[in-house]
Each structure stands twice: as structure tokens, then as C-alpha cells.
Design a protein around this ligand. Structure first.
Ligand code: ATP
Length: 361
């Protein structure tokens, strides 16, 4: 087990001779702590796999150093890195039993028989594989096979890290929920550093202690699920995390007031916006913005959607569109005027996509 240091790591794949380097991964400087679970989350092409491959040794970064504890492993091949990997599709031996599959990585390292049996039993228990331990892998479902793959990734307790590359892709949607939370409890039981690549925010938020949100090769924020939801550092994080994502409205700001096309919002804090600021936006989540028949900020209702558990409304704020949650008692329809109330402390200001802190009185 180790901590992993990304010391000014960046990567540009070789391009046409003479062309300026195009970074698939922009410089990142960070330490991932032993025993914690991290998820790399972002849209397709944002650089997740490149970063994972740098850690596994499939890609040698064009800049920076990678340390496992204090050892520089930047140029070490995968097999010398002491990591376990779980891929999108099951990597198992069909002719072996489930128990033999789980025991394989331990046997390979010469572990004593009794110790192998104890560890295999522990992992099988954690992943609900005990009832099939004696069965050959060949006859099992795709879900069960992927569980064996997960087990093989988790069975060694002496690895520096376990890397998961979208491991739930082949899992039946109904089982995904169960396996997501199972992986979380497995992580808590095993105390291993785990790094998990996914483009699914629910998967990332359920599994990880900290989520690394990436876009266009850049790491925009590393934070706990609550931090990403409550205090997104970048407007993309606000938009990408949460369903629906955060609302952003172009505004002008004077002191503690924001003006959105003539509609005034009290920001609850005083802001000094830099004179050379480009884009200024207020951001608020639909979850903290309630729509009432009267009171609050005047808006117009464009559309109402009943989701069963809650009703969402698309609204117009001085011509700009946003989404809010309808108050329980509100009887509102498209075309009505209404009042928007944003919970104190949940209105944010973003300058050139970065969230800025105001001065609270
Ligand atoms: N071997 C390669 N050679 C050149 N460019 C590459 C190579 N692999 C990836 N890229 C480019 O690097 C960027 C990041 O790709 P990467 O696969 O790391 O993203 P990702 O977030 O994992 O995407 P996905 O979720 O689609 O796998 C993309 O623009 C991609 O086209």
C-alpha cells in the first residue's frame, strides 16, 4: 500500500513533427492518500484513461514524475509497479473454479495455502461469491464473471493501488446499484488505495471519498461529493454534478447585489469583481431554488415537469432560462408569474468560470 504523488505530471501524445504539443492531460500536482478511494470523472476524451494509464505504466508521461510513496516509478513497466487492475470486461480463467480464480494472484506470489484460503474466503464473502466458490467460471453469468474480476483485483493486500477502468460497464443496470454500494463497503473493509475511472457521476459519487472532475485534459476540482455539490470550484463542475445541474445566469454585480437583465438578486455577501473580469455569472442549484406563487424574485414560468417525488419548473429570469423546484403548495402553470426564493448561502458567483468567495457581513 502506498500514497501516489503526481508531481507536475502532464502528457501530450506524439503529434505531427513540428506541431505544438496538444495536452491530453494538462499539468497536475497532487497526492493521493493511501487507503482512500478516488474516482476520475468527466466526459469522453477529458483525459481520464490517459491519467489512469500513467499510473498503471501503460503511458509514460511527457512531463513530471510519478511517485509511489517515495519511489520514482515514472518509467517503470506495469509489472514492476505492484498494482492490481480491473477492466471493463471480465479477465478470468473460464476453466478454473471461482475459488481458483480468486486464489491465482496470491498463489503466483507464493503465499502459503492456509493464508490463501482465508483471504479468498474474505473476498468471496465481501462480494457475495461464497455460494459459487466451487463452480467453474465458464457457466456463470457476465455479472458474476465481472464480480470474479473485481475479486481478483481486490484479493492482494500488498498492492500499491487498485485501478478500476469503468468496471461496471457490463453489469446489468438492476445490479449496478447493488454492486456500486458493495464496492464502497469493500473499500472500507480492505483499506486499499483505489482509483476508479468512470463517466457516470452516480457511480463516482457513490464509490469515492474524493472525486477528481476533469474536462479537456484539465483537473478542475478534487473534492468530496458534498464539496463538489455545495461549492463547485468551476462552473463545469456545477453543471456536471447534480441532476439537473446548476443554473448559470449572466449578471452584473455591484457590492452584494447581482443584476440579471433588470432582476436583482441579493448575493448575501459583498463581492469585489475585478475590473478586467470577462464572464460574470450567478450560479444556483434547482435543489435550493423554490418557486412560489408570490414573494421572492419575480420570474415567469415556462414549463412544469412532474417527476413524482418533486416538480421542476423551467423559468425565465429577465429573459434568461433556469430550473427551479416548485413549492409543495404552489399551483403554477406555463405563462404564470411566480416568485423565486433561493436558500441563503446557496447563491454563488462565478467570474470567468471560477467560483469566487464573497465577504460575508
Ligand atoms: N494513443 C493516443 N494517441 C493520440 N491521442 C490520444 C491517444 N489516446 C488518447 N488520445 C487523445 O487524448 C485525449 C484524452 O483521451 P482519454 O482516452 O484519456 O480520455 P477519456 O476521458 O478516458 O475518454 P473516454 O471516456 O472516451 O475513454 C483525447 O483527445 C484522445 O483523443
Amino acid at each position: 500500500m502506498a500514497s501516489i504523488t503526481l508531481d507536475h505530471i502532464a502528457h501530450a501524445y506524439p503529434g505531427a513533427p513540428g506541431a505544438a504539443p496538444h495536452y491530453a492531460l494538462k499539468p497536475i500536482n497532487h497526492v493521493w492518500q493511501n487507503g482512500r478511494a478516488y474516482a476520475l470523472l468527466g466526459p469522453s476524451g477529458c483525459g481520464k484513461t490517459t491519467l489512469l494509464n500513467i499510473i498503471s505504466g501503460l503511458v509514460i508521461p511527457s512531463e513530471g514524475r510519478l511517485l509511489f510513496d517515495t519511489a520514482d516509478v515514472t518509467r517503470l513497466p506495469t509489472e514492476k509497479r505492484n498494482i492490481a487492475q480491473v477492466f471493463q470486461f471480465p479477465v478470468i480463467y473460464d476453466t478454473m473454479t471461482v475459488a481458483e480464480n480468486l486464489a491465482f494472484p496470491l498463489k503466483n506470489r507464493g503465499m502459503e495455502k492456509g493464508a490463501i484460503k482465508r483471504r479468498v474466503d474474505e473476498i468471496a464473502e465481501l462480494l457475495d461469491l461464497k455460494p459459487v466458490l466451487g463452480r467453474r467460471a465458464r457457466g456463470l453469468t457476465a455479472d458474476a464473471k465481472q464480480k470474479i474480476s473485481l475479486g481478483r483485483g481486490l484479493v492482494r493486500s500488498d498492492v500499491s493501488a487498485v485501478l478500476f477502468d469503468e468496471p461496471l460497464t457490463v453489469i446489468d443496470p438492476a445490479l449496478k446499484w447493488e454492486l456500486r454500494s458493495k464496492l464502497k463497503s469493500v473499500h472500507q473493509a480492505l483499506d486499499l488505495l483505489m482509483i476508479y475511472v468512470t463517466h457516470d457521476q452516480v457511480e463516482a459519487l457513490t464509490f469515492a471519498d474524493e472525486v477528481v472532475v476533469m474536462k479537456d485534459g484539465a483537473v478542475l476540482q478534487i473534492g468530496t461529493p458534498a464539496e463538489l455539490f455545495e461549492r463547485p470550484a468551476h462552473s463545469f463542475v456545477g453543471y456536471f454534478i447534480g441532476s439537473p445541474g446548476m443554473n448559470f445566469l449572466p449578471a452584473t454585480v455591484a457590492g452584494h447585489e447581482a443584476n440579471v437583465a433588470g432582476t436583482v438578486f441579493d448575493l448575501g455577501a459583498r463581492y469585489a469583481t475585478p475590473a478586467n473580469a470577462g464572464k460574470i455569472e450567478i450560479g444556483f442549484r434547482p435543489d435550493y431554488a423554490t418557486l412560489h406563487e408570490t414573494g421572492g424574485i419575480p420570474v415567469r414560468v415556462l414549463k412544469v415537469e412532474d417527476l413524482g417525488r418533486r416538480r421542476l419548473a423551467r423559468i425565465s429570469v429577465g429573459g434568461q432560462e433556469a430550473i427551479a423546484t416548485l413549492a409543495h403548495e404552489a399551483d403554477l402553470s406555463p405563462g404564470d408569474t411566480a416568485g423565486l426564493i433561493i436558500e441563503p448561502g446557496h447563491l454563488h458567483l462565478f467570474v470567468d468560470d471560477l467560483r469566487v468567495e464573497g465577504e460575508r457581513a
